[in-house]
Design a protein around this ligand. Sequence first.
Ligand code: ADP
Ligand code: MG
Length: 258
Amino acid sequence: MNTAIDKNIAHLVKALRTPTIGRVYADLADQARQAGWSHEEYLAAVLDRQVTDREANGTSLRVAGAHFPGIKTLEEFNTDYQPGLRRDVLAHLATCSFVAKAENVILLGPPGVGKTHLAIGLGIKACHSSYPVAFDTASGWANRLTAAHHSPTGIEAELKRLRRYRLLIIDELGYLPFDSQTANLFFQLVAARYEQGSILITSNLAFGRWGEIFGDDIVASAMIDRLVHHAEVLPLDGESYRTRTRRELLTDKDHQTK
Ligand code: ADP
Ligand code: MG
């Protein structure tokens, strides 16, 4: 071990902010000497470890920062339970090109069919693709927008701040109706993000009933207009996955005891 060189490397990795290199270079150098790597092969191995670590750290920071209510992946989603769901569309959404293009996703369907699961799964894909994501329920967003509206800097500052999130997920729109001020704040959010940043919405109510959520058919249709202009609308249906799996478990047990 050459301490002068080690000290110099320690200094350089600090200046470069590449701590992984500082951690791995000596072990990889031993490996390189034993395996007879070229200088280029050694350099590539060292840089590869740094990039891999940085990407993993970035993704886990984004996943933590998104505040998902739990971790659900697209890979865990069983499309056999959703025969009407277009797999090609889902596979395309999973590439996150919709986020790059500031397009929206709307997942519609009754409770328990996997809307939140898909929303989180797509959100995690976006985190992997380096896009900052923010997840909250519609009521959560309503509270945040209302608080911003009453703050000294106002809703404008909040909408500007939210621009840093390339994907906003609004879960469970429709469970609770909004008063007219909240409806108006939601409209401002949708209008501000139009062609600027993606929104993913899950709702138990078909578009025809969004007037009930916003207390006004005109506000609702102006919002739907902007949302669906560049959007993938995925209707989910069928029985609740929870009820269905529970029933299947019970039937399996029946079969076994017979
Ligand atoms: P929704 O938001 O539509 O009410 P959720 O996404 O919360 O439904 O789904 C309810 C539960 O069932 C969750 O634990 C979810 O992971 C699971 N689930 C729903 N659909 C599927 C599916 N097709 N494959 C795997 N798990 C599913
Ligand atoms: Mg849900």
